[in-house]
Design a protein around this ligand. Structure first.
Ligand code: SF4
Length: 416
């Protein structure tokens, strides 16, 4: 029986010519080793040659692998030409067994001379370093991805324009708030000019991390326009709840329970009214659509970022009254943070779009869950790092090529 992944990839190739699906189909073809398949994919990419047409077979050292590859190429070409995935699926389901290696494997009692005894299964040791909230978020999102990222660490995650945009914008804001710790409406024009200059400088510094000149210019213009909206929000907030920025990119490394955690808080504000703190995370990607949605993510243990910041400051003796995610993605809409006010365990929860409340009891449960997850990871007793069952979790995963257990996107399941 085929895995749905293979069936869906065969369909994606035959119907749409999906090249990523085709590469996975080669990796999933048993007569060709994963090393040979990966080499063929890399060669085809480097030569900008379709994998189905690749004729340089010197990299396939075994004659039976070459033969299998030619058969696989014929099947994928036919599947595409006839818009029919079935024969290709059949090939993957019942790969040819006529080669010498396969025949030898089926001689009763005989094992190939090169066969090795399987290694005894052992727990996978996990790296002994402090936990970050983003690592825990990844762990609950997809344990398989966490395993690839933090245990195997096989590849450097490539720079994406979105990541470069975020890094440059963070750098500009860090410098900006070191100069403007007490924003106010009276400083609006001065702040606008200065932040604009800092954004331009930050994107110039980040130029090597973008692939093209056009990309860096587009992202810089987006950031400049978003920066104006950020200043609007700063002025409005300073008028409503005067504050001083007391921390920028602050490194925190609290011990929570018996676990060591580490992270950087983008910004910490102290309110003049009562001396309490707001912990702020800048978001240059997608965020929850409302305070209620974010609170539910915290309650379901799907997001530990702001709870972690909260506890890092509480344990340092501060009183944190607000948690905020500041969206810096879109320049076409005002900057309206998702903001949660911390209330007592028995206070009724309130929600009003982007603003809402979160109870201290929810934050305590999130803290306890962080410690539990840390203990589970350190126990080295995890025998299976399960893949996510949610296709959305795979959207930005760099390990999709290596992950044969990934779930299929909803549209593809019903595309036949
Ligand atoms: S492709 Fe999806 S299931 Fe696989 S590791 Fe990545 S996020 Fe997890």
């Amino acid at each position: 029986m085929l895995r749905p992944t293979i069936a869906q990839d065969a369909l994606a190739w035959s119907n749409r010519g999906d090249r990523a699906a085709l590469e996975r189909l080669l990796l999933a073809y048993p007569p060709i080793s994963s090393i040979s398949a990966t080499a063929a994919i890399a060669l085809a990419r480097a030569k900008r040659c379709p994998l189905a047409e690749l004729s340089d077979l010197a990299l396939l050292r075994e004659p039976d692998e070459r033969e299998a590859f030619l058969g696989w190429q014929a099947a994928v070409r036919n599947a595409r030409a006839n818009d029919d995935p079935v024969p290709l699926q059949s090939l993957l389901e019942s790969p040819p067994q006529s080669n010498a290696r396969a025949e030898a494997a089926f001689v009763v009692g005989a094992a190939p001379a090169s066969a090795l005894a399987p290694e005894p299964q052992r727990p996978v040791p996990t790296p002994n370093r402090p936990f970050s909230a983003s690592a825990l978020n990844m762990f609950v999102d997809c344990r398989r991805r966490w395993f690839f990222r933090y245990v195997c660490d096989p590849i450097d995650e490539p720079n994406s324009p979105a990541a470069s945009y975020g890094t440059a914008f963070h750098a500009a804001l860090e410098r900006f708030h070191s100069e403007f710790a007490r924003p106010s409406g009276a400083l609006r024009t001065e702040m606008q000019r200065r932040l604009d200059t800092l954004v331009i400088e930050a994107f110039e510094d980040a130029r090597p991390t973008f692939d093209t000149v056009v990309e860096v210019e587009l992202q810089k213009q987006r950031a400049r326009r978003t920066a104006l909206r950020y200043i609007d929000w700063l002025c409005e907030r300073a008028e409503q709840m005067p504050f001083e920025v007391v921390g920028i990119e602050r490194r925190v490394s609290p011990t929570i329970g018996d676990r060591q955690f580490v992270g950087f808080i983008d910004r910490i504000d102290r309110f003049e009214r009562d001396g309490s703190l707001a912990v702020i995370d800048y978001k240059t990607g997608s965020i929850a659509g409302s305070a209620k949605e974010y609170r539910e993510r915290v309650r379901k243990f799907e997001d530990f970022q702001l709870p972690f910041y909260y506890w890092s400051q509480q344990l340092a003796g501060e009183a944190v009254s607000r948690l905020a995610l500041v969206p810096l993605k879109g320049h076409t809409v005002p900057v309206i943070p998702i903001e949660l006010e911390v209330v007592s365990a028995d206070a009724p929860l309130r929600d009003n779009g982007a603003r809402g409340t979160i109870s201290i009891a929810d934050l305590e449960r999130a803290r306890d869950r962080m410690v539990e997850l840390g203990t589970e990871i350190r126990s080295d007793r995890i025998s299976q790092f399960a893949a996510s069952t949610d296709p959305d979790a795979c959207a930005y995963c760099v390990y999709t090529l290596a992950c044969r257990a990934r779930p299929q996107p909803e549209p593809e399941r019903f595309s036949r």
